[in-house]
Design a protein around this ligand. Structure first.
Ligand SMILES: C[S@@+](CC[C@H](N)C(=O)[O-])C[C@H]1O[C@@H](n2cnc3c(N)ncnc32)[C@H](O)[C@@H]1O
Length: 163
């Protein structure tokens, strides 16, 4: 599993338990990741940095890509949702090289921006795509998650036809 935007490391810890001793979790964040399970490899860096990407790609391809990554919020809702959507779109783009055929993706996105457009793209690239807001999210929180199950690599190489 690949865990993008992993600090301080709760998802890494949980994922390491799920993949078991023979599985591997690769986690990356700008900030130090405190959780260091034995079956996890942790990188401190920017996932837009080509060197960091190369390091995480060296462990792939992955069965699951998670992104709980979020921009540093400014309080400007429009700016924050735009930046969040850019990260979510990037995570979707990374699937082409980092996610296995049939693999799964979970990506956080701030509501009120591009989530419907990205959901449409997710449904083109995965057998199933949906939005999911966990009960654990605070009521006032505007974050939600895009979930794609069953990656179709072929679809990522063809472009959507426009009428
Ligand atoms: C909500 S936190 C993640 C919490 C984490 N899932 C956990 O369980 O502890 C979002 C993280 O995304 C990270 N992030 C945002 N942009 C990033 C980037 N370009 N490269 C790496 N990490 C990034 C932030 O540093 C922040 O730690």
């Amino acid at each position: 599993m690949l865990d993008l935007g992993a600090a301080p490391g709760s998802w890494t810890q949980f994922s390491a338990g799920r993949v078991g001793p023979h599985g591997l979790v690769v986690a990356v964040d700008l900030s130090p990741i405190n959780s260091r399970p034995e079956n996890a490899v942790v990188y401190t860096g920017d996932f837009y940095d080509p060197d960091v990407l190369q390091s995480i790609a060296s462990h792939g391809p992955y069965n699951v890509v998670l992104s709980d990554a979020a921009p540093a919020t400014t309080g400007n809702r429009s700016l924050d949702t735009t930046r969040s959507a850019a990260i979510a779109e990037y995570a979707l783009y990374l699937c082409d090289t980092l996610l296995c055929e049939g693999g799964h993706l979970v990506v956080k996105i701030f509501q009120g921006g591009e989530e419907q457009a990205l959901l449409k793209e997710l449904r083109r690239l995965f057998q199933t795509g949906r939005l999911f807001k966990p009960k654990a999210c605070r009521a006032e929180s505007f974050e939600t998650y895009l979930i794609g199950l069953g990656y179709k690599k072929e679809a990522s190489h063809s472009h959507e036809k426009h009428d």
